[in-house]
Design a protein around this ligand. Structure first.
Ligand code: UGA
Length: 415
């Protein structure tokens, strides 16, 4: 099929590259000149496992020119929906992209489907996207269709997740919209659920909120376990044998970060407050997560005074396998260390450049072994951290790195 993808971030770029690999003709649109240059020279502007190889196998070109989308059968909106200052999801980019698509619709002769993939609060596609599209003078359901088609791609594993979906959710304005989108997914071996638009929007937010809740839940159990001398990892293992609980996403530690979980749960809280419902569980999932990151500082202070002391930080990315530091626990922890008067030396195999932009004042080392410091905090579970020599050190571990237990003093954050 002829596809356009608006927004070449990790969702849009992976979606475009994977759909091209599946023999579709893909046009990518983005306004960022750095991204455009990089993608057109077949190098991904962001780190995603397998994406550079994929870009070299397929023919996708990116430019800011929306007129290139005129012959598309499906136009995916994959622009960013970052958090707004006061909580709700920012709709600025999605509004701009939709206005541009609306201009394209004006000139389009054939039926097409506009499919929103950007994560938005329930009701946004109906209340914001459709009215802007109809400013073209064309009618939804007659001249064009609309879908909300959420993505469930993990950063770092996005190519794999796209090609091996656990489920395909199609929120559809009407049957024709959904039928058109479904043609794209016909060769995937995954259950398909077709719903209305706002249900699909909620499925996306509720899924991420549930994942976040699972992490805060096991962290809370961990905090209790630590005080009782119980290993929360054994507890999670025992719980996980029950199919209803499952053994995934129960790794206790410093908490969740990234561009999705914190933002999406905040977006759901804001939407919920807008309609007059106070979502207490969701709010506490976030509160606990905020407190959890700073627990490493309290644990460290039990063993060493921070003022004037050099603290080594292992791991800056919000999880291994990415250079992304958005909402990473390391941001809060480094900020707190500096406030306490500590000197910070940090190492991360991928995320140093991004972290440096926000914290130019701390020292960065090129190899983990060079982190000679009085005490070490482990904030991301990069596999290489399980091969370091921790003997003689004070270590506070936020990520359960087994080798670190050899340290002179070892404190797990909640074990
Ligand atoms: C998350 C979801 O997992 C994807 O399904 C979803 O598509 C994506 O958001 C999105 O909305 O785009 P991602 O943000 O890439 O994916 O990261 P995760 O792998 O979910 O990890 C999130 C955070 O939770 C990380 O900081 C990780 O360290 C933490 N985590 C994860 C734990 O602390 N414990 C766990 O057991 C699992």
């Amino acid at each position: 099929m002829r596809i356009s993808v608006i927004g070449a971030g990790y969702v849009g770029l992976v979606t475009g590259a994977c759909l091209a690999k599946l023999a579709n003709k893909v046009t990518l649109i983005d306004i960022d000149t750095h991204k455009i240059k990089s993608i057109n020279s077949k190098a991904s502007p962001l780190y995603e496992e397998g994406l550079d190889e994929l870009l070299n196998q397929v023919n996708v070109e990116v430019s800011p020119d929306y007129t290139r989308t005129t012959d598309s059968e499906v136009l995916f909106i994959c622009v960013g929906t970052p958090p707004d200052k006061d909580g709700p999801i920012s709709l600025e980019q999605i509004t701009e992209a939709t206005k541009e698509i609306s201009k394209v619709l004006k000139k389009k002769k054939d039926y097409c489907v506009v499919a929103v993939k950007s994560t938005v609060a329930p009701g946004t596609t109906e209340e914001l996207v459709i009215p802007i599209l109809e400013k073209s003078g064309k009618r939804t359901g007659k001249d064009f269709g609309v879908c909300f088609s959420p993505e469930f791609l993990r950063e770092g594993k996005a190519v794999y997740d796209f090609m091996n979906p656990a489920r395909i959710i199609i929120g559809e304005y009407d049957k024709r919209s959904g039928d058109t989108l479904l043609k794209l997914y016909r060769n995937f071996n995954a259950p398909v659920l077709r719903t209305n638009l706002r249900t699909a929007e909620m499925i996306k937010l509720a899924s991420n909120a549930f994942l976040a809740a699972k992490i805060s839940f096991i962290n809370e159990i961990g905090n209790i376990c630590k005080n009782l001398g119980i290993d929360v990892y054994e507890v999670a293992k025992g719980m996980g044998y029950d199919d209803r609980i499952g053994n995934k996403f129960l790794n206790a530690g410093i908490g969740f970060g990234g561009s999705c979980l914190p933002k999406d749960i905040q977006g759901l809280i804001s939407k919920s407050r807008q309609i007059g419902y106070e979502p207490k569980i969701l709010q506490e999932v976030l509160n606990l997560n905020d407190r959890q990151a700073l627990k490493v500082i309290d644990l460290l202070k039990k063993h060493i005074s921070l003022k004037g002391t050099t603290i080594g930080v292992l791991g800056l990315a919000f999880k291994p396998g990415t250079d992304d530091i958005r909402d990473s626990s390391a941001l809060r922890v480094v900020q707190a260390l500096l406030k306490e008067g500590a000197k910070v030396k940090a190492y991360d195999p991928m995320a140093v450049n991004n972290f440096k932009k926000l914290f130019p004042q701390i020292e960065y080392v090129a190899r983990a072994e060079a982190l000679n410091s009085d005490a070490i905090l482990i904030l991301t579970e990069w596999p290489e951290f399980n091969e370091l020599d921790y003997s003689g050190k004070i270590v506070v571990d936020g990520r359960r790195v087994e080798k670190a237990r050899e340290a002179k003093i070892y404190e797990g954050i909640c074990w």
